[in-house]
Write a protein that binds this ligand. Structure first.
Ligand code: ADP
Ligand code: ZN
Ligand code: ZN
Length: 757
């Protein structure tokens, strides 16, 4: 270089001016507040771009991280080079990188860890496909000869069946499938492999995630007047290609999904991409089935995917092979290059809030992404959250409504049963006379019943009548739930299990009392009361296995189930025309939770559950059992009166400064040692109270106090609540709060918390 040669001759004059270097800021996947700088070796110049993952060394370790920015700078001090580029294509798009950094800042998370949370682990670790063993016949003639000579002893029968099946099929077959189709274990196949007749090879398979679905092409229905009105607002807003936000308040069965479909079709016509967020996996099969029947290019990002499927779906979205991402909250980070639309269905659902760092809320992230990418955000619900209502009130969102069900179907009639005066029938004091009569009528009409209780298990408390011993989780300080069928006690928080005792472990007497009831006991009582009915119980756990929601949905639709009993997951969006009666076993469970949102949750739950009734030609009805029939959350839900509920609840929140009147930051201090936890919490409280905004009484601090669940997984927990009048003020405050507690304790930052336990 010319300049350098000159310098050689002027060696004794001015000290050499340092050259400009290309430096990369790398957000390491470590708990660090800021990115570190690294040099970019010439060989990697073309591949080091913002959003790509790289490997670098820190001290004596190598760590991966995301390149967040590139900069030409004079080198100051000794900088290490980037060692390796990990992605073939950047894991983050420019927009999702910006979004991830916003998430880190807004929710007080470490940038590298926040960015890592944007990319599925399977994609980050480049896991492609699931490895399985495939069985294949090595030599067909040899195999046939062996079968002829094998004779017919029982020991050989399984091997013969396997060989026959493989020969018949002619192509390799997964070992597990071979075993199950021949009604045997994998042993006979291993033997055949040892005999040299069959090969077993490790193969990576990327399965088709839609294998269990059966979408049929459907013709779109003629829009009704309400839907047309709503779309008259939404479509032009979509066409502007500017950011706007809408709240679609549509009662259950009002045709919201049809509105989503029309928007999705339009955005595809525009050559742009879209994200559809759905709250629960159990909702996805039906939604996906409907989407697939109408739209060609959908990728699903749900939690039942194997690593290979997830990587494949991600790649389809990134490359443009799929243009619509459907999934739970994390799908908001889908790597779509040209986003035009974000839809959150059932926007009030708490599952949109992530409960680990970064503790983001998908609604707020959606609005942030909408601003970054200039796109339309549509939040839909039959029971909008108070947060969204507040956004409408502040003109940050526009309200649209679908006030009626499609085809003139009525909303179900809701009857309240006061359990304080009503006599229960059947075992366990679970069913009121009125509910039993209604179930009998429904069964006689060959219609279906959904019974709902927000508590799993058989008995919810186990206590000794002699010595007062209680079955509690030793790590979580909460009652263990008794599962009678499995004869186990289970902690619903940490999942620890033990055999159910038959006598008191303390005083050794047979004086244990099993009281309270969950869905298992409801099902047992229903079997006694309705012996001829086909009764199925499904809890969240049972629906979490792969294929389970699809199977349940199919069984309901084909009429194989008379009475379905389950927890909250069943309230979420199954569209089953045959369900005409919904029974809420107890509306009190949700109302008694010590949380400022308990009334809102109860109202939403009742409306959603009621929404499952009468979605076909037959009108539906709902029976709600409660011991608080005069509570406004219950009376408003019974009358489908959303407006009154919102008015009363907003007033109650404003009185106490709870969201949406202001914003909350919940700080949870945790430690194994109870004294360390208490001390760290009070130290945090003291430093919070010296913050200028707190001194000036613009922001309020409550606590510290022990959490309602004071011990979880062996950690003692205290919390503090910071109540700020505005989001902006909370953002200003956040960086001033100490992130670290004393040794042995940690502080969890939960902005806009949805769980207060
Ligand atoms: P929501 O999402 O508001 O609960 P859906 O979109 O699931 O409601 O609609 C309920 C049912 O009504 C679905 O079976 C859907 O196919 C049907 N539907 C939607 N819009 C119309 C319409 N305009 N005419 C007739 N049927 C409709
Ligand atoms: Zn005892
Ligand atoms: Zn536990």
């Amino acid at each position: 270089m010319h300049g350098r040669q000159q310098n050689l001759f002027e060696a004794h004059a001015e000290p050499e001016k340092s050259e400009l270097l290309l430096l990369a800021s790398v957000a390491l996947e470590l708990p660090l507040a800021e990115p570190y700088s690294y040099t970019v070796p010439d060989a990697l110049l073309a591949r080091v771009v913002p959003g790509v993952r790289v490997r670098v060394s820190v001290g004596t370790r190598t760590v991966s991280g995301f390149v967040t920015a590139l900069e030409q700078r004079p080198a100051a001090g000794k900088l290490k080079p980037i060692l390796e580029v990990l992605d073939e294509h950047p894991a983050l798009t420019p927009a999702t990188l910006q979004l991830g950094l916003w998430v880190a800042k807004h929710y007080a998370a470490h940038p590298g860890e926040a960015l890592a949370a944007l990319v599925p682990a399977a994609v980050r670790h480049r896991r492609h496909g699931r490895e399985i063993l495939m069985a294949k016949v090595l030599d067909a003639a040899a195999a046939k000869a062996w079968i002829v000579n094998a004779g017919s002893t029982a020991a050989l029968a399984a091997r013969v069946r396997m060989l026959r099946l493989l020969l018949e099929q002619g192509t390799p077959m997964p070992l597990q499938e071979l075993a199950s189709r021949t009604h045997s274990g994998t042993g006979p196949a291993q033997t055949l492999a040892r005999l040299g007749l069959v090969s077993l090879q490790r193969t990576i398979v990327a399965q088709d995630p839609f294998a269990l679905l059966n979408p049929k092409p459907t013709t779109p229905p003629q829009l009704n007047a309400d839907q047309a009105n709503v779309l008259q607002e939404l479509l032009p807003a979509l066409d502007t290609r500017k950011h706007s936000a809408f709240l679609l308040h549509g009662v259950t069965g009002s045709g919201k999904t049809e509105v989503y479909l029309r928007l999705l079709e339009r955005v595809l016509q525009q050559g742009r991409d879209a994200i559809l967020l759905v709250p629960e996996i159990s909702l996805t099969p039906q939604t996906v089935e409907r989407l697939l029947s109408r739209l060609p290019t959908v990728a699903v990002l749900h939690s039942h995917l194997s690593d290979g499927e997830r990587t494949e779906q991600w790649e389809r979205l990134r490359s443009g092979a799929a243009r619509i991402a459907v999934g739970p909250r994390s799908a908001i980070f889908a790597p779509l290059p040209n986003l035009g639309l974000i839809i959150l269905d059932e926007e009030h659902e708490t599952s949109f809030k992530q409960q680990q760092a970064p503790r983001y809320h998908a609604r707020d992230v959606a609005l942030a992404r909408g601003r970054i990418e200039n796109c339309l955000v549509l939040c839909g619900s039959a029971t909008p959250s108070l947060e969204s209502e507040a956004l409408v009130h502040n003109s940050e969102m526009t309200r649209l409504s679908l006030p009626r069900r499609v085809m003139g179907r009525p909303l179900p009639q809701v009857g309240l049963v006061d359990m304080r005066s009503e006599r229960a029938v059947g075992p366990g004091g679970i069913f009121s006379r009125k509910l039993v009569v209604a179930i009998e009528e429904t069964l006689r009409n060959k219609e279906q019943v959904l019974l709902f209780l927000n508590r799993r298990g058989f008995s919810t408390t186990v206590v000794c009548r002699m010595c007062a011993w209680k079955a509690m989780c030793k790590d979580c300080a909460i009652h263990l739930t008794h599962y009678k069928g499995a004869a186990r006690l289970l902690c619903h928080y940490c999942g620890s299990e033990s055999p159910a005792p038959t006598e008191c472990p303390d005083c050794r007497q047979s004086t244990l009392r099993f009281s309270g009831f969950g869905t298992e006991k409801v099902a047992a009582a229903a079997e006694v009361l309705f012996p001829k009915a086909r009764i199925v119980r499904r809890d969240g756990d049972a629906l979490r296995s792969r294929g389970a929601p699809e199977k349940l949905f199919a069984d309901l639709k084909s009429g194989n189930i008379d009475i379905l009993i389950g927890t909250q997951v069943l309230a979420k969006g199954f569209d089953i025309p045959g369900i005409t009666l919904v029974g809420v076993i107890s509306a009190d469970t949700a109302l008694l939770v010590p949380d400022f949102r308990s009334a809102e949750r109860t109202f939403q739950l009742l409306c959603q559950v009621a929404g499952r009734a009468g979605r076909g030609d037959q009108p539906g009805r709902v029976i709600v059992q409660t011991s608080m029939p005069e509570h406004f959350a219950i009376t408003c839900a019974a009358q489908h009166d959303h407006a009154t509920f919102i008015k009363r609840e907003l007033a109650a929140r404003a009185e106490h400064g709870y969201p949406p009147s202001g914003r909350l930051l919940r700080l949870v201090v945790q430690a194994i040692d109870p004294q360390v936890a208490a001390q760290a919490a009070s130290a945090l409280g003291e430093s919070l109270r010296t913050l200028p905004a707190v001194v000036a009484e613009a922001v309020f601090v409550d606590g510290p106090a022990p959490c309602p669940l004071p011990i979880l997984q062996g950690e003692h927990r205290h919390h503090l609540l910071v109540r700020a009048p505005t989001d902006t003020l909370l953002s200003e405050l956040l960086p001033l709060i100490p992130r670290k507690a004393v040794r042995g304790a940690r502080i969890i930052f939960d902005r806009d918390p949805v769980a207060m336990l």
